[in-house]
Each structure stands twice: as C-alpha cells, then as structure tokens.
Write a protein that binds this ligand. Structure first.
Ligand code: NA7
Length: 537
C-alpha cells in the first residue's frame, strides 16, 4: 500500500541481511528510529536467495556468526563446521526473534530510489511498490552478491524444460530425479551444487568456461564436546580473529613459500589440505601466496596434483586443472565437498565451453559450436554483478541530483568503503573499498555497524546531523585501495573482485586488500581524529 505522506525515520536501512539486521539492532540501542526495507519476502539477504542444493558458507560457522551478544553465541549450536544455507537462515530468524526486530523490517520492499533532498537535508526513499520514506541517514546494507547475472543465452525463451539461477532458487526446491541436467558455471555455487545434483539426477553435464581452484572443506559435524570447548573460550576466539587479516580464526604461516625446502612446502600444503581442516586455510599456508608469483605457482601445482590424483579420467582431470594464467586464490577460492570426486561418477560429463562455446539454448537443451545436448533442466550458476550491482541498480542521487551510477561509471569510489563524497549521510556497509568479501563478512559487518553507530551517536551528542566524505579524502582512499591491490596478484585474474565477470563493467579491484586489522586501525584513527576526511555540520 503506498503511503500518502512519507514515513519519517532517523535512518532507512536498505536490506535485511546480516548487515541490515545488526544495524537496526544497534540504532535501536542508541534510541534512533529506523526502518529496514528488504526486497525479498523474507530476511537473510544472500542466505534468503541462494537456496540452491548444497549452498553453504565457505567461512566456518563458529566465526560466521554475530559476536555482539554473548548469550546468543552461547545459546546457539551450529551443527556443522560449515553451515548450510537453511541453518544460517534459521540463525538469522532466531536473531530477529530474540531481539524483536521484525516489527521494523518491511518485506517485499525493493528500494528503487534514494534521493538526497537539498531542501530538507534528508533522504527521500521510494520502493517499487510506491511506498515513500524520509530519513536523515540512508544506510546501504545491500550485500555484495545480490544482483544475479541473468543468463543471456539466445533461445532461452524457447526452452521447454525448466531453468533456474542459483541465486533465485524456487523456495520449494527442485526435484532432479530422472532428469538430464545441464549446469553452467563452476564458481562456488556450481562447485557446491554439482555433487548434489549428480546424486539426484539421471545425468549431469557441467559446462565449464574457466577451471577454478577448489579445496576441500573437510566439513564435519560439530560435536557437543567441540562446541562446549569453543564456547568456553569464545571471547578469546573472537579476539584472535581481530588480529587475522581475514577476521576469522585461521592460523597463518608467516613464512614465504620460497624460504622452505620442497619437503617442508609439501608438508605444509598437505597439512592445510587435510590435517588442519581444509578450506581457506590453504590460502594462509605461506605468507606470500597472493604476493609472489613463484610462491603462488607452488600452491597451484600442489592443487593441480590433487585434482589429477582424485579424477580418474585424465582428460577430465586436465580440463579441471586451472591454467597458469589464473594464479591460485586470485578468483575466490572454492571450498567444496566432493567436487572433483563427482567427476568419477559415470553419470557426470564435463564440457569445455571455452573451446566449444555455447551458441544457443534450444527447445530441448543446449547447442555448443560442435554439438547439441538434450537437457530437461538447465541450472545457471553464472554469478553476480558483485559489490556494486546492488547499489547501481537503485537510482541513488546525492547533492545537485548527481547520480551514483554516473559517479561509479569507471568503478566504485568511496572513502573508507563507508561513505561517498557528494552523498551526505549515506553509508555503505561492507561494500567496495573495505575488506568486505576478502574477510569474514559478519566480522566486517560488525566492525562497520559499530563504527557507524558510534559516529551517529557522537554527531547527535554534538548537535550535528550531517556528515559527508570530502572529495580529497575519497580520492586518496581510492588511490590507496588500488595501490595496495596492485602489490598483490589479485588484479591479474578475471574475477568478480575485479568486475571482470560482467561484460562492460570497469576493471577495478574492489575490496580493500590490506587486511582487517590494518583497516580497523585506519577507521578507528579517523574517528579518534574527529572524523578526519569528513565534513560534519
Ligand atoms: P562466480 O564465482 O562468479 O562463478 C560464475 C561461474 O559462471 C564462473 O565459472 C563463470 O565462468 C561462469 N559463467 C558466467 N557466465 C558464463 C557464460 N556466459 N558461459 C559460461 N560460463 C559462464 O559465481 P558463484 O555464484 O559461483 O559464486 C559467487 C560467490 O558466492 C562466491 O565467490 C562465494 O563468495 C559465494 P568464468 O570463470 O567467468 O569463465
């Protein structure tokens, strides 16, 4: 129902994922009024939409969870090392219930416009349904992977079977029994889905454009003993996480891969692959895997060796091995459960669509340059317009009606990844220019929300209502983010971190790569110096 006069709040928060929910909780604590506008018909953000089979977080559940409330972390029991999507969604619902958050969250409310009104000094926000709001602050908790890349294959409309995108999965699930399934895309989503679809379907054909590196999750149930032990020292675990580059409890090796013997190197890689518990630990096997090409190649060779040892068919194994133009870990590392093993199943095929490109979808399947594939269901795990898509899909206008879309035409520009010059009182949580997707998102979200809540509370105490990043501060920050990224191997890959997965998107490394502790130090110093780089009034 559209409201005749806009509802007025201290803050409008866009998005009810981990960031929006905690922001709402925090603003309430300081006595501010806020309305959360959520496009989905449920809360949870990423974890609401990405409900494809096998969807799981690639950060361990004991870390990928809020730390702000000790009772919550003591009372919630994660069942596995890496939580599944349904379990994370249950957790988000429990948080909303426990803190009575739903009454300030509006579902099915896709924000289409956010305009700074020079006359009132407030933000005017509108939803697709025509509801209007006005607020002093607008806080974008819009997530980094919220806008799926819609499949653009010619002929899709003629397809007589079913098709689904990983990020817009039917709530009731999909029954693959007796089906011939085609899976396009082998990033994290495709890699997580393939083993499950292969088990259920008659036949699975995986269409791979670029082989990416995947490491085993070594997922396992969290026993009551393990949970009790972690909970006894949860505070310490959270504190240790504060000092790690990624904001989660991962022990990093501080040696270079090139300063140890071949035997020590293999032992360390093996330990990370299996003994230490798998997953992102592999990226921390040595301190220079993402800095030094030679060190990186050692890790890449190790993983290629593993792929060849697991996959029995040497042709498939060769195809699955990432090529030397993709340094290890520069595209987001996939964390899997039995991905490579899946290709030993008799009902699973692998097609190299770089060599044999997809030409079109036909009524009965899919045609590549060389042949046709009969399919009942096509699954697109083709990724997202990451990091900027959710923001540029909203008509955001700052001072003088300037549009954020135009401002970011050549890549995102922020100060500290939190604010944008010319867009007063607008904040972005865990977005481009901050550690964001290179870190444990929940940790980075808590860092941003706490920083912002303190900031707004201080402004209010000083009788101020406006805060705006200065242009020089933003320019310096963007230069700094780029300079740090250029010291690493990250910009050499065609990854979604670089915007390289979206045709026409500017090639800019978007997250801040110096690590969470360095970032935290900077934002805290900015606050201590009275919000240096911001103008307040
Ligand atoms: P990703 O990681 O962006 O992966 C998308 C995959 O889809 C990747 O393998 C792409 O190949 C492939 N792709 C995209 N478009 C096409 C076309 N047109 N033809 C063939 N293949 C295509 O998205 P995910 O959803 O898997 O994961 C996103 C993040 O979610 C992940 O990193 C975790 O943080 C969680 P390409 O590599 O571009 O050649």
């Amino acid at each position: 129902m559209s409201s005749p006069t806009p509802a007025s709040y201290d803050a409008v928060i866009v998005g009810a994922g981990f960031a929006g929910i905690y922001q709402l909780y925090s603003l309430r604590k300081i006595g501010m009024t806020a309305r959360v506008l959520e496009a989905g018909s449920g809360i949870g953000g990423t974890w609401f939409w990405n409900r494809y089979p096998g969807a799981r977080c690639d950060v361990e559940s004991l870390d990928y969870s809020y730390s702000f409330d000790d009772q919550l972390q003591q009372e919630w029991d994660w069942s596995e090392r890496y939580a599944t999507q349904p379990e994370i969604l249950r957790y988000v619902h429990e948080v909303a219930r426990r803190f009575d958050l739903m009454r300030d969250i509006q579902l099915n409310a896709r924000v289409t416009e956010a305009h700074f009104n020079e006359g009132t000094g407030r933000w005017d926000v509108a939803t697709a349904a025509g509801d209007r709001f006005t607020a002093t602050y607008v806080i974008m908790a819009t997530g980094c992977l919220s806008i799926p890349q819609a499949p653009k294959f010619p002929g899709l409309e003629s397809f007589k079977g079913r098709w689904h995108h990983s990020a817009d999965w039917p709530a009731g699930g999909v029954d693959f029994k007796g089906q011939k399934v085609g899976l396009i895309g082998t990033g994290s989503s495709g890699v997580q889905m393939a083993p499950i679809i292969a088990e259920q379907a008659d036949h699975l054909t995986v269409f791979q454009r670029t082989a990416n590196f995947s490491v085993p999750a070594q997922n396992e149930p969290l026993t009551p003993e393990v949970l009790a032990e972690v909970k006894r020292h949860y505070g310490e675990r959270r504190k240790l996480a504060l000092d790690t580059a990624t904001g989660h409890f991962l022990i990093a090796n501080d040696k270079s891969a090139m300063e140890v013997t071949e035997e020590e190197r293999q032992k360390e890689f093996e330990f990370r692959w299996r003994g230490a518990g798998g997953g992102f630990r592999m990226l921390r096997a040595f301190n220079d895997l993402l800095l030094n090409k030679q060190s990186n190649e050692k890790a890449a060779d190790f993983v290629r060796g593993k792929i060849r040892a697991i996959v029995k068919d040497p042709v498939k194994a060769d195809l699955l091995c990432p090529k030397s133009d993709l340094p290890f870990g520069t595209k987001r590392l996939c964390v899997d459960s039995d991905y490579y093993e899946t290709f030993n199943r008799p009902n699973v095929d692998l097609v190299d669509v770089k060599a044999d490109p997809i030409i079109e979808v036909t009524p009965t399947g899919l045609r590549t340059k060389s042949r046709e594939y009969q399919l009942d269901t096509i699954v697109f795990a083709t990724g997202f317009d990451a990091m900027t898509g959710a923001l540029t899909s909203i008509d955001v206008r700052g001072r003088d009606g300037a549009s954020l879309r135009d401002k970011w035409e050549h890549g995102p520009r922020t100060y500290l990844g939190l604010a944008v010059a010319g867009f007063p009182n607008m904040f972005v949580l865990a977005g481009p220019g901050s550690p964001s997707v290179l870190s444990n998102m929940v940790h980075s979200i808590e860092l941003h929300v706490d920083w912002l809540t303190t900031c707004l509370s201080r402004l209010r105490a000083e009788g101020k209502t406006t805060i705006e990043a200065s242009q020089p501060a933003e320019d310096q920050w963007v230069a700094h983010v780029n300079e740090i990224a250029d010291r690493t191997l990250y910009p050499t890959a065609n990854s979604w971190y670089m915007g390289a997965n979206v045709p026409g998107k500017p090639r800019v490394f978007m997250p801040y790569v110096a690590g969470v502790p360095a970032y935290r130090k900077i934002v805290n110093e900015v606050a201590e110096k009275g919000y240096e780089g911001f103008a307040t009034a």
